[in-house]
Design a protein around this ligand. Structure first.
Ligand code: PMP
Length: 434
C-alpha cells in the first residue's frame, strides 16, 4: 500500500542496507495482536514469522503486557544485582529443565541477544577446558557477531568474516535428504557421527581435541532440518567419552517451539551447556542466557560481564510465559498444530518441486527444488513468499539459497488460523510452475 511504500522508501536511504525482512516482505507494520499484524495501510496478515520465532505467545499477549506494565514503574534495569523478578525468572527457567538436570545446571545471563549467549558459551568452554578449537556443523547458524558467524556453517552468510575465528572445524550434519554420500535415512544411521568420532580419535589425520561441540538439534536458519536421533545420540556419546562439552543451541528451538520446552528432550540426550534467547520473555523483550553444568564453572567473578543482563521486564514476562505454558498446555497445542499443519501440507508432496516437508513442533519448512536437477530453488520459495504475502500470510525463507519456505507461527496459534494459513500456502505452492 502507499503508506508502507512511503515508509519503506524513507528507510531505504536512512537505514542500513543490511536489513533483511523488508526485502521480501515490503510492508511497514503499524500494530499487531495475537497471530495477526496490521500494516500502516490497514491490511491484516497472519504472522507466521512471529518476530523470527520470538513471539511464542503471539503479539501483545494481555497477561504479558500486564506483567510488563506493572514492572515498568517498579524497576526496569538491574545490571546483575539480585532482584525478586530475576529470582522468580531463574526459578521458572530451572523448573523447565528435565528433573535430572535441575540440580547440576546454573544460569548465566548474557548480553541481550542469542549471538551474545553463543559467545558466552564458547568463552566458558574454552576457559573450562583450556582448549582452543570448536566443532560446529554444516548448515548451522549461531549468530551474527564474529564468533557466531565463524561457527555458522552457512557459507554465504559468513563470507565477510570467514577469518574471524580460527579453529572452527565443520562436520556434516544429518541432512539426510541431501546426503553428500548419496545415502538415505534407511541406508545410513550414524555415518556423520562416525566420521566425527574418527576425526577426533585419529592421531594422524585427525583434529585436536576441541573446547566444545556446538549443535542445533533442529537447524532453523539452515532450513528446518531436524537431526536424526541416532546422530544426536552418537554425538553425545562421543563428546562424553572424550570429555568435550556439548553445547546445544536452543535459541530458536527452545521455549517450546520444537514441541518440548527444549529440543534435546526429544533426543534422549543431556547437553553440558544450553544457549537460550529468542522466546524467553514470550513477547520479544531482549534477553539471553546460558544454562551450564556446574562442573564447568571455572569463571572468576567478573570473568564475563555485560551491561544489559538484567532486563527486569523480560524477567517478569518470562515468568508469566512459563505459567501460561503450564496452565494452558501450550506444548500440547504445539504438537497438535504441528500435526494439523503437516497433515494439511502433505498433499503438496505430489509436486516434483517439493523436496521435503519437515521440522519439529512449530519449526517447520518446505524445501523447494528444481525438478530436473534437484537443486535448491530459492526463486520458487521467494515466489511463494510474495504470493502468500499478497494473500495475507507472512512467511520466512531459509536453507540453501533460501529454498525452504519456513513456518514459525506463535505457539498458541489456533486451529482456525493454522487452517487458514495452510490453505493459502497450499494454493501458492500448487500454482508454482517449475
Ligand atoms: N542461534 C540460533 C540457532 C539462531 O536461530 C539465532 C537467530 N536466528 C541466533 C543464534 C542468534 O540470535 P540473535 O539474532 O538474537 O543474535
Amino acid at each position: 500500500g502507499p503508506r508502507s511504500t512511503e515508509l519503506l522508501e524513507r528507510q531505504a536511504t536512512r537505514e542500513s542496507n543490511a536489513r533483511t525482512y523488508p526485502r521480501h516482505l515490503p510492508i511497514a507494520i503499524a500494530e499487531a495482536a495475537g497471530s495477526f499484524v496490521r500494516d500502516v495501510d490497514g491490511n491484516v496478515f497472519i504472522d507466521f514469522l512471529a518476530g523470527a520465532g520470538v513471539l511464542s505467545l503471539g503479539h501483545n499477549h494481555p497477561e504479558l503486557v500486564g506483567a510488563a506494565t506493572e514492572q515498568l514503574s517498579v524497576l526496569t534495569h538491574g545490571l546483575d544485582f539480585p532482584t525478586p523478578a530475576k529470582d522468580a525468572f531463574i526459578e521458572a527457567q530451572l523448573s523447565m529443565l528435565p528433573a535430572t538436570m535441575r540440580d547440576r545446571m546454573k544460569i548465566h545471563f548474557c548480553g541481550p541477544t542469542g549471538t551474545n549467549a553463543v559467545d558466552a558459551a564458547i568463552k566458558l568452554c574454552k576457559t573450562a577446558t583450556g582448549r582452543g578449537d570448536i566443532i560446529s556443523f554444516q548448515g548451522g547458524f549461531h549468530g551474527s557477531g564474529a564468533v557466531g558467524m565463524a561457527l555458522t556453517g552457512l557459507v554465504v552468510q559468513k563470507e565477510p568474516v570467514r577469518n574471524g575465528l580460527p579453529g572452527v572445524h565443520f562436520f556434516p550434519y544429518s541432512y539426510c535428504s541431501r546426503c553428500p554420500l548419496g545415502l538415505t535415512r534407511e541406508t545410513c544411521s550414524t555415518n556423520c557421527a562416525t566420521y566425527l568420532e574418527h576425526s577426533l580419535k585419529d592421531d594422524l589425520g585427525g583434529i585436536p581435541l576441541p573446547a566444545a561441540v556446538i549443535i542445533e538439534l533442529v537447524q532453523g536458519e539452515g532450513g528446518a532440518i531436524p537431526a536424526t536421533i541416532e546422530f544426536a545420540q552418537r554425538v553425545r556419546e562421543v563428546t562424553r567419552e572424550l570429555g568435550i562439552p556439548l553445547i546445544v543451541d536452543e535459541v530458536q528451538t527452545g521455549c517450546g517451539r520444537s514441541g518440548t520446552w527444549f529440543s534435546f528432550e526429544q533426543y534422549g540426550i543431556e547437553p553440558d551447556v544450553i544457549v537460550a534467547s529468542k522466546a524467553l520473555s514470550g513477547m520479544g523483550l531482549p534477553i539471553a542466557l546460558i544454562f551450564y553444568d556446574k562442573e564447568l564453572d571455572v569463571w572468576a567473578p567478573g570473568a564475563h560481564t555485560g551491561t544489559f543482563r538484567g532486563n527486569q521486564l523480560a524477567f517478569v514476562t518470562g515468568v508469566e510465559a512459563v505459567k501460561i505454558f503450564k496452565r494452558d498446555d501450550v506444548l500440547g497445542n504445539v504438537v497438535r498444530r504441528s500435526e494439523q499443519c503437516l497433515g494439511l501440507l502433505a498433499p503438496l508432496q505430489r509436486h516434483p518441486w517439493v523436496r521435503e516437508i519437515r521440522g519439529k513442533g512449530l519449526l517447520l519448512g518446505i524445501e523447494l527444488v528444481h525438478p530436473s536437477s534437484g537443486l535448491p530453488a530459492g526463486e520458487l520459495a521467494a515466489e511463494v513468499q510474495t504470493q502468500a504475502l499478497s494473500r495475507g500470510l507472512i512467511l520466512e525463507l531459509g536453507g540453501r539459497g533460501g529454498c525452504v519456505v519456513r513456518l514459525l507461527p506463535p505457539l498458541n496459534v489456533t486451529e482456525e488460523i493454522m487452517e487458514a494459513a495452510c490453505r493459502i500456502l497450499v494454493d501458492c505452492i500448487d500454482q508454482l510452475e517449475s
